[in-house]
Design a binder for this molecule. Structure first.
Ligand SMILES: *Cc1c(COP(=O)(O)O)cnc(C)c1O
Length: 379
């Protein structure tokens, strides 16, 4: 649970008896590393998404790293990624030896990537696009997939915000070649640290399976069960496995996901109705707030004057309302300053004006009102 000094924390966890029981059962099973609960979690996640394969991994960053490697990205390749994003995608692109090429967002009404700017960023060296479904709102996958098809690019979905989100009736994470999810504590499906890679492609699945576990042909779990006695190593892999305790938590969270996303949706709509257009505030994705296709991971408001943003955040903090920024653009960080001459004016404008408001499924009505009143008073 969050720091009690906030009357409305940015996010919050549910500590329930069924969660305690699930973890207790996993502990009592006597097998703590990857085993039957991970398999069950993968199966349930696959089923939810309608994907052929799902691989539980250590975290969402590991999922992205595996996706890039399994997608064939390496030295000399360029990978297009939105700059208004968490830094993990850019870091992992760099870790495989490729170069992240940043693309701009559509604008203040839509903080997802702009397909026209993706098209402008494509060069003969472009190998892949790592898309983000910002805040749970699916990006323009139709346009992305068309570009990818035309230029022979691999599409990797960073679906860290989007478990349960849909695009055109299909689940986010299953639209591109590979989907990556995070189960970090503040995400929609929290287990502490964890992630998932999903794909329908059998060859990609084989590579992910190998790379997740040192490139070894058999798992400790298989050897424990007497299914194998030795192993070969086919590629230089990693230990990116998920464990039984986290998987047991994931299974509990998965059962709640749909209901919790619906609760987030309702609050997002209340924010939109109460705040959009008030005292110069605008709400990105305004017409999609409260829509069933988004997992509503984030509630973001834009202030009219960037000069006032930080003082407004301080004033909200004085009212006990915790806020955040999603995100400082990646190309503004020291490690990523060299954009190769690309300009990202809409990313910079939105990032200078945005404030992330509290949003979690079990927010009480009085907490929602506290946030709305505090925002209106602070503007
Ligand atoms: C959380 C997050 C990640 C990284 O996930 P971890 O599980 O923390 O490694 C990657 N991309 C986005 C967009 C995220 O929000």
């Amino acid at each position: 649970m969050a720091d009690k000094s906030w009357s409305v924390p940015l996010s919050d966890l549910v500590v329930s008896d069924d969660m305690r029981r699930a973890v207790d059962d996993a502990v009592g099973s006597g097998w703590w590393s990857m085993g039957p609960r991970v398999e069950e979690f993968e199966g349930a996640f696959s089923e939810l998404l309608g994907s052929r394969h799902a691989f539980g991994v250590a975290n969402g960053t590991a999922a992205l790293h595996l996706a890039l490697l399994a997608g064939g990205c390496g030295p000399g390749d360029e990978v297009i990624v939105p700059s208004l994003n968490f830094v993990a995608a850019a870091n992992t692109i760099a870790h495989v030896g490729a170069t992240p090429v940043f693309c701009d967002v559509k604008g203040n009404g839509d903080l997802n990537l702009d397909p026209d700017d993706v098209a402008a960023a494509i060069t003969p060296a472009t190998k892949a696009i790592v898309v983000l479904h910002y805040g749970g709102f699916a990006c323009d996958m139709g346009a992305v997939l068309e570009l990818a098809e035309r230029h022979g690019l691999v599409v990797i979905e960073d679906a860290a915000h989007a478990p349960g989100s849909r695009y055109d009736g299909r689940m986010c994470g299953t639209l591109g070649a590979i989907g990556c999810f995070s189960f970090f504590s503040n995400k929609n499906l929290p287990v502490g640290e964890g992630g998932m890679v999903v794909t329908d492609d059998d060859d990609i699945a084989d590579r992910v399976r190998l790379l997740r576990s040192h490139g070894m042909t058999t798992l400790t779990w298989d050897r424990h069960r007497g299914h194998a006695s030795s192993y070969d190593v086919l590629v230089q892999g990693f230990n990116y496995r998920l464990d039984e305790l986290r998987a047991s938590m994931g299974l509990v969270q998965l059962r709640r996901l749909e209901q919790e996303n619906a609760a987030r949706r309702k609050i997002a709509r209340q924010y939109g109705d109460a705040l959009d257009g008030v005292n110069g505030v605008s709400m990105p994705f305004r017409e999609r707030l409260g829509e069933g296709d988004s997992a509503h991971h984030l509630a973001v408001a834009l202030v009219s004057d960037p000069e006032t943003r930080d003082s407004i955040r301080l004033e909200l903090a004085e009212h006990g309302v915790q806020t955040s920024l999603h995100y400082p653009p990646i190309h503004c960080f020291t490690a990523y300053r060299d954009t190769g001459g690309r300009r990202l004016p809409r990313t910079e404008d939105a990032a200078s004006r945005l404030i992330t408001l509290p949003l979690f499924a079990h927010m009480r009505p009085d907490q929602v009102t506290t946030v709305i009143d505090a925002v209106i008073a602070a503007m």
